[in-house]
Design a binder for this molecule. Structure first.
Ligand code: QUE
Length: 355
């Protein structure tokens, strides 16, 4: 039996090309894919024949739908002392940081779904390109998790309360809105991507100004994605989602408009624990370095992997049994104590610390 590799590496001319290759699983990241990347990326960074790295997803639906949380769920159920939950996030966050610090252009071609772990592979690179099929979200509060993979870094740096809104509601963005928010750098129609890659291949990208040279090549293919929808609601977002506690956000939404009632309906489905932890994550990560952010996120995620956490119930309800009916514990935001939130921020035995 021959099985398809989960991730493909290819060097074309002067480009390192990575293809996430689990199309049936929307290219969700496994630990093996992460380990293979860690084998290749340092070598490519030091290889003078490679000018830039391009990342894309196989198939026609997704760039990357996130981490392989179903795999984490199965381990919790079948092998409670397994090490996947410890190693997966540690090694994933090390890759996120490697991308953030990468000394060569890191260009993501996002022709489909880009959620959670996929955002961690794209948003910290130098260039993200969205097509007409682009769909961004940080939907983790729906499964009892929080916007990790450096969400604590880039969400805090979006304008106003946009990051808090995206993190709590999991609101989806298409290309025009992601471009407006600064989450991607250009819109290029999917049909033009092969031509763009060929042009990058042919371009002289060497030297200090390689990022700007990539900007110039992308600009030759970039088009107008149409009008964004966020400008019409950004004042509502800032008014309702800025400052304060989760209860204060809910109070402001209740007193606001029809749009705000829809946001309350969305929040009512999310894990109360995950929402409070997310708000505290964004508060603590504001103005922190990328490395400090990943240390904080690793502590939080290890707390989420403990038996009985909403994470397992969320994955069960949304991705395994698909009954769409998670039984959150505690079931209300009033039931989530400060102590329960605080327990997500305590140092862990195998803390993730960068020198
Ligand atoms: C929230 C999430 C994730 C999600 C759905 C949510 C997530 C994730 C996946 C996912 C999707 C398809 C797959 C897969 C995982 O869905 O993080 O293995 O094939 O990875 O509501 O955070």
């Amino acid at each position: 039996m021959t099985s398809e590799p989960e991730i493909l590496f290819d060097v074309q001319q002067g480009l390192g090309l990575i293809t996430l290759n689990r199309p049936k699983a929307l290219n969700a990241l496994t630990l093996d894919m992460i380990r293979e990347m860690e084998q290749v990326l340092p070598a490519w960074e030091n290889d003078s024949a490679i000018k830039a790295v391009i990342v894309r997803g196989a198939g026609d639906r997704a760039f990357c739908a996130g981490g392989d949380v179903a795999g984490l769920y199965r381990e919790m159920r079948d092998d409670p002392s397994g090490t996947l939950r410890r190693d997966f996030f540690r090694e994933e966050y090390i890759i996120n940081r490697r991308i953030y610090r990468y000394r060569k252009p890191w260009i993501s071609l996002i022709d489909g779904i880009d959620m959670g772990g996929g955002v961690g592979l794209s948003a910290h690179g130098s260039h993200s390109i969205a097509t007409e099929k682009f769909m961004f979200a940080m939907p983790e509060t729906a499964i009892g998790l929080f916007p990790d993979v450096g969400g604590g870094y880039f969400l805090c740096r979006l304008r106003g309360a946009l990051g808090v809104f995206l993190a709590l509601t999991g609101h989806r963005l298409r290309a025009a809105d992601a471009l407006w928010a600064g989450i991607v750098q250009a819109y290029v129609p999917g049909a033009k991507l092969p031509e763009l890659v060929a042009a990058l291949d042919a371009a002289d990208l060497a030297g200090e100004s390689s990022r700007r040279k990539v900007d110039g090549v992308i600009a030759q293919f970039a088009e107008d994605p149409g009008a964004p929808s966020l400008p019409a609601i950004i004042e509502d977002i800032d008014r309702c989602f800025s400052g304060g506690t989760l209860q204060e956000i809910v109070t402001k939404l209740r007193a606001h408009n029809e749009w705000a009632q829809k946001q309350l309906d969305v929040l009512a489905k999310m894990s109360p624990t995950a929402m409070k932890v997310t708000l505290e994550q964004l508060r603590r990560c504001a103005n922190r370095s990328f490395e400090d952010t990943m240390t904080i996120e690793y502590r939080i995620v290890q707390a989420c992997m403990r038996p009985g956490h909403d994470f397992f119930e969320g994955v069960r309800a949304l991705l395994i049994d698909k009954d769409q009916n998670p039984k959150w514990n505690p079931p209300t935001i009033e039931g989530v104590t400060a102590q329960m939130v605080e327990a997500h921020f305590e140092p862990v035995a195998n803390d993730l610390v960068f020198e």
